[in-house]
Design a protein around this ligand. Structure first.
Ligand code: PLP
Ligand code: COI
Length: 360
């Protein structure tokens, strides 16, 4: 049996309730009360349990520290209009973690452990879940790390699967649909046959300087082109890219080097089914196709769907013509559909919401 905290210990501290009133709630770590930890050793997972300890004590030789043998996931728990607490398509996060795991010689995480640990952690931190209408969410961060004593370049013999949560506001400044800018990076994010399509922390370490450089010229994020040709759009530092063209096609890059975004997959489905748009997943040549772009957006769990107002490449800014924040923009329509479903304001006819029994 998984240990659950008695209801009386569920945080009712003013820290939890006050956090949503703070205007500055952005995408920063806020310590909540419980996290979940399970250990894999001698070929099997233990059942794991909730803990209040936010520190991980690991051996100095642990492969996660030296050789980045780790991966992670990200999703949000939202309070819907009827008061339910829901995750958005969490089975796809489980599938993605288990597609990343074998590439890094990490053990697979069983579905019951993955979803059970997330549900337990969300439930135990009930009072930290932002209320409906706050615009905030409880971000859920599952992680899988190679721990234990090691020195040579080889996989760990012991692993920890951990889930922690933190209340978050918008990833980009302001609330709702913030207009962002991207700067094409001089660095490559991932090699064509590398680890770009996996949610490996190592991909992000290489992107820290790219993000800093992009911010140095006034952009929110780095935009990566494919590393083989420096031509086709891959993705942004923390989000995939979608484009609405002047000839009314809704397109997104096909690339083996980008993270298969669950948000993008959902948006492509909404564009096709709800907005009746012609959708295409194909290589997108930034320089030669840019003049045919009407709207562009970055999409992901943290980013949601953020319209891109301008892009820096070839030493200058290029503005996106159709990305006015007008009611008629395709990105605005898609944002409202996506967020409407996530908030339980629009019928979830695709069955995307996974409700958590909070047990109160
Ligand atoms: N691309 C990268 C590099 C990301 O870090 C993320 C965030 O998870 C995404 C895309 C979007 O993926 P998802 O929509 O599954 O969150
Ligand atoms: C997410 O959107 O969940 C991510 O993992 C992006 C992260 C780099 C903040």
């Amino acid at each position: 049996m998984i240990r659950r905290p008695p209801r009386s210990t569920l945080s009712s501290s003013s820290a939890a309730s006050d956090v949503y009133k703070r205007q500055e709630l952005g995408f920063d770590y806020i310590r909540t009360d419980y996290r979940y930890s399970a250990i894999y050793e001698n070929g099997e997972w233990n059942q794991g349990s909730l803990t209040e300890d936010d520190q991980i004590l690991i051996h100095e030789g642990a492969p996660t520290l030296h050789y980045a043998q780790q991966c992670f996931e990200g999703m949000k728990a939202l309070t819907t209009a009827n008061g339910d607490v829901c995750l958005f398509r969490p089975s796809l996060n489980w599938e993605r973690m288990n597609s990343t795991a074998p590439r890094l010689l990490l053990p697979a995480v069983p579905r019951e452990l993955f979803l059970g640990a997330i549900e337990e952690t969300v439930r135990a931190n009930y009072s930290w879940i932002p209320p409906y209408g706050s615009g905030a969410a409880l971000y859920v961060r599952p992680m899988l790390i190679g721990v234990g004593e090691n020195l040579g370049l080889k996989p760990a013999e012991k692993y920890e699967f951990r889930v922690f949560v933190s209340p978050v506001g918008p990833y980009y400044k302001d609330s709702g649909m913030a207009m962002i800018s991207l700067a094409v990076s001089e660095f490559d994010r991932a090699a064509p046959n590398g680890t770009g399509k996996f949610k490996a922390g190592a991909n992000y370490a290489g992107g820290l300087l790219a993000t800093l450089n992009a911010q140095g010229i006034g952009a929110n994020e780095a935009l990566y082109l494919d590393s083989a040709n420096n031509k086709f759009i891959d993705e942004a530092g923390s989000a995939n890219i979608v484009v609405f063209t002047k000839d009314e096609k809704f397109i997104t890059p096909s690339s083996d080097a980008i993270l298969p975004s669950i948000t993008r997959r959902s948006i492509m489905e909404l564009a096709e089914i709800e907005l009746n748009l012609m959708t295409e997943e194909r290589p997108i040549d930034l320089r030669s196709e840019f003049q045919n772009f009407s709207e562009m957006a970055a999409c992901g769990t943290a980013a949601v769907l953020a319209p891109v107002g301008k892009i820096w490449f070839d030493e200058k800014w290029h503005s996106m013509p159709g990305n006015e924040n007008s009611d008629s923009s395709v990105m605005k329509n898609l944002y409202e559909l996506l967020v409407g479903i996530q908030r339980g304001e629009i019928e979830d006819k695709f069955g995307w919401l996974h409700s958590i029994d909070i047990g109160l």
